[in-house]
Design a protein around this ligand. Structure first.
Ligand code: NAD
Length: 373
């Protein structure tokens, strides 16, 4: 069965990886990306697909009910995968309003548009609304508490997590109240290609190459679970193809790691990359590894984030046993692959840093925020 997909936020980090993944795995499907191109959206992440006609791009806002409704109807969309969001915890602390507007009101506008097109016509149309959410809705764990399951209570700490929790509730409410066919996935921290360098891993990679400090909150003991982004894409694919509607799935990497240990691993992997390729030293002269010094010398501890959750951990046994989804890329290998991608795609991240990727949408702050996950 071929599908007509709408991917919201498909110019962002996970959305772009998912768009690339889906176009490769399902060439028979028609794929439309809807993205407002905020500071986090970057057309360069999918422009080759758009140019080749493998995906089409619509510059628009999920909060625009009428535009989304018309898009769903005109493109005969039957599957909506909803990534679009404000996604950075630090930004939600300094400016929560846009998080509520995009993540809560935007999701509700999208749900209303879906309902109008799929349910309110002469007869309901076959459809699926997949909502991409986060493990942060569950709040924080101590070091010895069991990981979150799909039935863990919601206890969000940051405005970001609270806005995602609200959007999850709205998605479930539209399923129960109106009969919308929905699925939800709550995933741990993703990393990999095309991630905006305000998040911990790409920030550290880029700062190492530029010889800048690697800022770590507190003493770096906060624990996160890490998942390579294509493993997340595969999990969403399995949910779309194999899961019943009105189900929720936790997706994790079985790779818990304290932030300081993670950054140290990244430093060692970067040191090794420089040791293996003499050409890197002349390309990135400011990187300590260019002088034979470990990148770990750049690590700096900075004041902790307010309300910083201590630990997230995901019990992903349900999706493993029911849908056969297991993380395929181990953390050490994933970090090496990610470093390799940033080394090979210098133009992409330089464009993000110098703001030239924003030519389409005019000047704005490309992200003076850091250290977050
Ligand atoms: P991102 O910030 O990299 O990308 C978000 C995208 O949404 C951008 O392209 C942006 O332009 C677009 N967008 C923002 N507001 C919009 C609007 N009003 N209308 C249309 N488009 C809009 O985010 P990401 O890291 O790729 O995360 C994608 C989704 O996955 C989010 O919903 C996030 O909550 C969730 N998630 C992320 C992670 C992670 O580790 N990054 C983990 C679990 C869940």
């Amino acid at each position: 069965m071929s599908r007509n997909l709408l991917i919201t936020g498909g110019a962002g980090f996970i959305g772009a990886n998912f768009t690339r993944y889906w176009c490769e795995a399902h060439p028979e499907d028609r794929v439309v990306v809807l993205d407002a191109l905020t500071y986090a959206g970057n057309l360069a992440s999918i422009h080759d697909l758009v140019r080749a006609g493998r995906a089409s791009f619509v510059h628009g806002d999920i909060r625009d009910f009428a535009a989304v409704r018309d898009l769903l109807a005109q493109r005969s969309i039957d599957t909506l995968v909803h990534f679009a969001a404000e996604s950075h915890v630090d930004r939600s602390i300094s400016g929560p309003t846009v998080f509520v507007s995009t993540n809560v009101n935007g999701t509700q506008a999208l749900l209303d548009a879906a309902r109008a097109v799929w349910l309110d016509g002469p007869r309901p149309l076959p459809h699926r609304f997949h909502h991409v959410s986060t493990d942060e809705v569950y709040g924080s764990l101590t070091s010895d508490e069991p990981p979150f399951t799909e039935t863990s209570p919601y206890e969000p700490s940051s405005p970001y997590a609270a806005s995602k929790a609200a959007s999850d509730h709205l998605v479930r409410a539209y399923a129960r109240t109106y009969g919308l066919q929905v699925t939800i996935s709550n995933c741990s921290n993703n990393y990999g290609p095309y991630q905006f360098p305000e998040k911990l891993i790409p920030l550290c990679i880029v700062n190492m190459l530029l010889g800048k400090p690697l800022p770590i909150y507190g003493r770096g003991q906060n624990v996160r679970d890490w998942l390579y982004v294509t493993d997340h894409c595969r999990a969403i694919e399995r949910i779309l193809v194999g899961a019943d509607a009105n189900t929720t799935w936790n997706v994790g990497g079985r790779a818990e790691c304290a932030n300081l240990d993670l950054v140290r691993q990244l430093c060692l992997a970067m040191d090794a990359a420089f040791a293996a390729d003499a050409g890197l030293a002349s390309r990135f002269e400011s990187c300590p590894a260019a002088r034979g010094v470990s990148c770990a010398e750049l690590i700096r501890f900075v004041a902790d984030r307010p309300g910083h959750d201590f630990r997230y951990a995901i019990d992903c046994s349900l999706i493993e046993s029911r849908l056969g989804v297991r993380p395929g890329v181990a953390l050490a290998a994933g970090l090496r692959q990610t470093i390799d991608w940033y080394l090979r795609n210098e133009a992409w991240w330089r464009g993000v840093i110098d703001g030239s990727y924003q030519a389409l949408r005019g000047p704005s702050d490309p992200g003076n925020h850091s250290r977050g996950s």
